[in-house]
Design a binder for this molecule. Structure first.
Ligand code: GLN
Length: 539
């Protein structure tokens, strides 16, 4: 069938274009159509890998090792799509490719220009993914806000794409209807302006989706319809919600998927929404609550641990449990020891997530010791697992100066060290150990119980590793090495002995969790948290 839907954003950023795109894709998938989602980021970085989480939130990693925008995480959580590097286009990637072609002389003496060479390259990248996936619906989310200088070549490419396939292309524009608090009024003017800019570029939206904190009234719809030249029934509402997994049913009830099919002249197939109905029910049925402490360095920025927060939510839904997440900046723990008492009193489960650099590390190690000694359910992810190894080496195996090479290059006891193949790496972009690797789990371990599988595949993004020179010594001191990559002989999972749930993983399980299929590590952590809480009150 090969239909294309371009989703653009207006007024301002952070309106939830990625989620809107994912929800629309999910509804079409629930009708039995094959869908694919693709993200365009107008920044000049070739990928998101070199960007700080403070700048751009989490870096989402695909199985094939692409370091991408966090919206790909949303795509993966709402649909059954398998994502790869082709699902992510950045201006950097486009320009790199154009310049490489120019150097090879592929433009045959022509002056290389934004139009047509850059815009052609963008269209080629869309077509390449389309050719590979052969979807019924190909949704392209154009990042940034209409009116930004950086977005112009991408919008122009979308316009050109439309010119060659008019009947197969649809434009959805997501805007904001802000409320002027003093007047108590919602304003459609910014939407009118943003559609105006889009029309100047030559794109006429077919559907307008409005982000609004209250109700989108008939009057507002009429106004938008009149000033933006869309049909009254082509204006939809993207409301604020407490839980994003309620959105598929909310969008469905407005009929947005049927409207899209109608515009393409496609007779809708029947829809099966049972998985979203179940999720909705779980949201309502969640009663019990636990306190989960997330202890890291980027806790002040909501998007920095996006997939972890979502994976926790999924695990909560499965256990019908509301999870109160307490965010602890581990740097604060270093100066204010009272935080440790607070964690000890309140925590039912603790996560130390991934990260880079030495800031807050000693605080993490203190929290890990607390979790180990007080038998609080604990999950260490990537850097969290590395810190778990350091803590165990120092406080149990008595290697007092144990550290990671990342924090102490010339340390004597580097229990975490730079991988062999990382030693000569000069460029930082795209050179970590990235993407899916296999891991064999030890049969009598806790982690085996969790996965119920001997071989697992999980995604990686790191340069440092458990140092095999310390493997024997740490094992003799009780540390359980329960997961290993056999090919490279790398430790992937460590566990505490005599502890209900103390697991550290070198990989990132959060990337694979879905609302209707929560990741077993998170699911089990929450189960153990519930047990821990019960025991706490029984004793
Ligand atoms: N900084 C550590 C490393 O590079 C851990 C990375 C991470 O947590 N993703 O190995």
């Amino acid at each position: 069938m090969r239909k294309f839907i371009f989703i653009t954003g207006g007024v301002c950023s952070s309106l939830g274009k990625g989620i809107a795109s994912s929800v629309i894709a999910s509804l079409l998938e629930c009708r039995g159509y094959r869908i694919v989602l693709q993200k365009i980021d107008p920044y000049l970085n070739v990928d998101a890998g070199t960007m700080s989480p403070f700048q751009h939130g989490e870096v989402y990693v695909t199985d094939d090792g692409a370091e991408t925008d966090l919206d790909l995480g949303n795509y993966s959580r709402f649909t059954n799509m398998v994502l790869s590097s082709l699902n992510s286009i950045t201006a950097g990637k486009v320009y790199k490719s154009v310049i490489e072609k120019e150097r090879k002389g592929e433009y045959l003496g022509k002056t290389v220009q934004v139009i047509p060479h850059v815009t052609d390259e963008i269209q080629l990248m869309i077509e390449e993914l389309n050719e590979k996936e052969k979807p019924d619906f190909h949704i392209v989310e154009i990042g940034g806000t209409v009116g930004d200088i950086e977005s112009v070549p991408f919008l122009e490419a979308a316009r050109e794409f439309f010119l060659s396939r008019k009947k197969d292309v649809l434009f959805i524009h997501l805007t904001l209807i802000p409320k002027i608090e003093v007047a108590g009024e919602y304003k459609t003017k910014p939407t009118q302006h943003s559609v105006g800019i889009l029309r100047q570029i030559g794109i006429v939206p077919d559907i307008i989706l409005t982000r609004i904190s209250g109700k989108l009234t008939k009057e507002m719809k009429k106004k938008i319809s009149l000033f933006c030249s869309v049909d009254f029934n082509d204006v939809f509402e993207a409301p604020d919600v407490d839980n994003i997994y309620e959105l598929p049913l909310i969008y469905y009830n407005q009929g947005i998927d049927v409207k899209i099919l109608e515009k393409f002249n496609i007779e809708p197939k029947s829809i099966n929404l049972s998985k979203w109905e179940e999720i909705s029910k779980s949201i309502k049925d969640s009663k019990e609550s636990i306190n989960l402490f997330l202890c890291g360095k980027y806790v002040n920025l909501n998007d920095a641990y996006k997939s972890i927060y979502e994976a926790i939510k999924h695990a909560g839904l499965k256990n019908k449990t509301k999870i109160k997440i307490h965010k602890i900046d581990t740097e604060d723990v270093e100066t204010n020891i009272e935080i440790l008492d607070h964690i000890k009193r309140e925590a039912d489960a603790i996560i130390v997530p991934g990260g880079f650099g030495s800031r807050g590390i000693e605080g993490k190690i203190k929290i890990i010791k607390l979790a180990r000694e007080n038998r609080i359910p604990f999950l260490g992810i990537c850097l969290g697992m590395q810190c778990m190894t350091i803590e165990y080496s120092r406080n149990v195996a008595n290697i007092k100066d144990a550290n990671s090479e990342e924090f102490e290059t010339n340390g004597k006891n580097k229990v975490i060290c730079l991988m062999e193949e990382q030693k000569n790496v000069k460029n930082l972009g795209g050179t970590m150990r990235l993407g899916a690797y296999s891991c064999r789990l030890a049969k009598n371990s806790k982690v085996y119980e969790v996965y119920n599988s001997e071989i697992i595949y999980e995604r990686h993004r790191h340069r440092y590793e458990f140092n095999n020179e310390y493997r024997k010594l740490l094992q003799e001191n009780g540390l359980i090495i329960s997961g290993v990559n056999e090919e490279l002989d790398l430790v992937e999972v460590v566990e505490w002995p005599d502890h209900p749930f103390g697991i550290g993983v070198q990989f990132h399980p959060e990337f694979k969790s879905k609302p209707f299929d929560p990741h077993p590590l998170f699911k089990n952590l929450i189960e153990e948290g519930l047990k821990y809480k019960k025991n706490k009150y029984n004793n």
